[in-house]
Design a binder for this molecule. Structure first.
Ligand code: C2O
Length: 619
């Protein structure tokens, strides 16, 4: 029996419900992040090579934030009412550790930054008479529904899926199960529609933190159940886009028929019908102009590169919950915008990596903000979104099966008790806690079993492959670089030219299971800009031949998908990037006593500034 609780007494008033695509304001000019705010000195010349000040920066070390709390505080989850939101923001160590909860009663319009103006989008769920919030109960029964790979489905399945989607789109516009209402769920949870229960000034955002996998899992779970209900087949499960496998690296055919309810016209037409995605940046790709030998070769290279990217994000860089899921996000915090409050604002490896790359790849080039998939507020309007997130969700399942002592979910109550609200297939509002969704099988679904080729894609050092060039004499080369280094410090402004920096390794001794991590702190960018840069270590090649994911020197990337969540406040985003190094150091045979590492940053798109880079033993 599902237990019921009363919903907040002041349920939202439904804003004039429009499910039309909002009118976009033209983007006046190419915005630069540094026009709006200048948080650092722009006159400093580009840093070509410099040495970190090794802790002299004013960079509060928040890396093991949760560990600093008394364990009992975490378990008790002190009540938020004890502390004002302001003091929470200013003093993270006086912070009550409370889970995140959306405040339905305060749901308001979502905002999307449209350059010089603010676009308001109504995304709140419709208010239904007799609203009660039901606490989620996992389904009874032990039958497992299998989500199939989208490129492998047969005609019968497709017929069912299309009928279900057609019916979902045909539901009354104010039915919470209507397709556009479902799309709006995503907009509401990432464009500032909700504030947090107990913290009216703090907006709720489900990206760039440990809420990412649980939120999207349950979002898709209810989407599945609604589809199943609409076709009278409770065993129905939608497909996943198997982009981590060579046969799935193009947009799945079933979504490309303009007459199908699975089609969306707001996509990048240059990327369909059969263009390979680049999982590293979602941008460059092998374009099938002429299917000659060169094309075949380039295609094979792209596929391989994607497999190396997957290995990087699932195996090499994702050895702990914090690396895979992202940072803690606690009640009263503003997610990634407030370093003082959420101490490690950042998403996990897959969220920041392949996940964003695929969003960018699908989103249209010309609408002002890369709608639909290329911007969070509109992403749910593309049926392909749900297949994309099916695969993201599948990665969570796979990750937990990979070897490694620390490859398991968090067990902090503050995470497990964070909650979301969804309408279920019977239009009842359900409160789901993170603890309800840890195991997809408990929820009654799993994924069709397909080959996972990237498990075999361990990168190799490129200097050992090329056998020529400066890499052969690495020791001397690094020494020469040290001599020529420029002592100019942080922040580094990264826009068009690669930057190489020598970073000292900590003197403290490493414990057995510690992961050596490269920490890029206080990365500042405009949250509405598309940004990407790659990071490699001890790479001695020329800058015009930067490392690629197949090289052991390559340790990861940073990307941002535009996601303005509040036009009226700060548009600058401050975030951190953690790149585990242990496996790379081993592959590159770097002496554990080597006292520094040379880091190369290669900008691909947009501008950022980086406040500090250091090496730590954490994660
Ligand atoms: Cu909520 Cu793929 O984003």
């Amino acid at each position: 029996m599902a237990s019921t609780t009363n919903s907040p007494s002041t349920l939202l008033t439904l804003p004039n419900f429009s499910i039309q695509t909002s009118t976009f304001l033209p983007k006046t000019s190419q915005r630069s992040i540094f026009k709006k705010k200048k948080p650092f000195n722009f006159n400093s010349k580009r840093v070509v090579s410099c040495k970190a000040s090794n802790g002299k920066q004013n960079d509060a070390d928040h890396t093991s934030f949760l560990n600093r709390f008394d364990r009992r505080d975490i378990l008790l989850g002190l009540g938020g009412s004890l502390y004002g939101a302001t003091s929470l923001v200013r003093d993270p160590f006086a912070l009550a550790v409370v889970p995140i909860e959306p405040d339905l009663s305060s749901c308001g319009e979502s905002t999307v930054d449209a350059g010089t103006t603010c676009m308001n989008v109504p995304c709140c769920p419709p208010k239904l008479k007799d609203s009660k919030i039901i606490d989620f109960e996992p389904p009874l029964g032990c039958k497992i529904r299998y989500r199939p790979a989208a490129h492998l489905v047969d005609r019968d399945y497709l017929y069912k899926f299309e009928s279900a989607m057609e019916r979902m789109k045909a539901l009354p516009v104010d039915d919470p199960r209507n397709f556009m209402q479902q799309a709006n769920i995503h907009c509401a949870y990432c464009n500032g529609a909700y504030s947090q229960v107990g913290f009216p000034d703090q907006k709720l955002e489900v990206h760039y933190s440990w809420l990412f996998f649980p939120f999207h899992r349950m979002y898709l779970y209810f989407f599945d159940r609604i589809l199943g209900k609409l076709i009278g087949d409770p065993d129905f499960a939608m497909p996943f886009w198997n982009w981590d496998s060579p046969c799935g690296m193009t947009m799945p055919q079933i979504y490309l028929d303009p007459y199908s309810p699975l089609y969306d016209e707001n996509r990048n037409l240059e990327h369909q019908p059969d263009v390979l995605v680049n999982l590293n940046d979602g941008k460059s790709f092998v374009k099938p102009k002429k299917k000659d030998d060169f094309y075949e070769l380039a295609k094979r290279e792209q596929i391989n590169s994607n497999l190396y990217v997957m290995y990087q994000q699932m195996v090499r860089s994702a050895k702990t919950a914090s690396c895979f899921h992202g940072a803690a996000y606690l009640g009263g915090c503003v997610s990634e915008t407030d370093i003082g409050c959420t101490p490690e604002p950042r998403g996990g490896t897959i969220e920041n990596g392949a996940h964003i790359a695929v969003h960018k790849f699908v989103g249209a080039k010309n609408p002002p903000y890369n709608e639909d998939m290329g911007n969070f507020y509109s992403a749910g309007r593309d049926p392909l979104f749900y297949a994309h997130h099916g695969n993201v969700d599948r990665m969570w399942n796979i990750w937990k099966t990979l070897p490694g002592k620390k490859r398991h979910d968090f067990n902090e109550n503050v995470w497990l008790n964070s909650s979301f609200l969804f309408y279920d297939e019977n239009a009842n509002m359900v409160r789901v806690k993170v603890r309800d969704c840890l195991d997809s099988k408990t929820l009654g679904y799993d994924y069709q079993s397909v080959d996972i080729p990237w498990l075999r894609s361990k990168p190799t050092p490129r200097r050992s492959r090329s056998g020529v060039g400066r890499g052969q004499d690495r020791g001397q080369d690094v020494a020469a670089r040290r001599k020529s280094k420029n002592r100019r410090g942080f922040p580094i402004v990264l826009d068009k030219v690669a930057v190489r920096i020598e970073i000292p390794r900590p003197k403290k001794s490493k414990k057995k299971d510690d992961e050596e991590v490269l920490v890029l702190q206080n990365i500042q960018l405009d949250r509405n800009d598309s940004v990407q840069f790659d990071v490699s270590i001890n790479d001695d090649e020329d800058d015009d031949n930067p490392c690629k994911p197949e090289d052991a020197e390559f340790v990861g990337s940073f990307s941002n998908l535009p996601h303005g969540d509040n036009c009226h406040s700060e548009t600058m985003l401050s975030t951190n990037l953690y790149l585990p190094l242990s496996e790379a150091l081993e592959d590159l045979k770097i002496n554990p006593f080597e006292d520094s590492i040379v880091v190369t940053l290669v900008p691909k798109e947009g501008e950022v500034s980086i406040g500090n880079i250091k090496i730590d033993y954490v994660c």
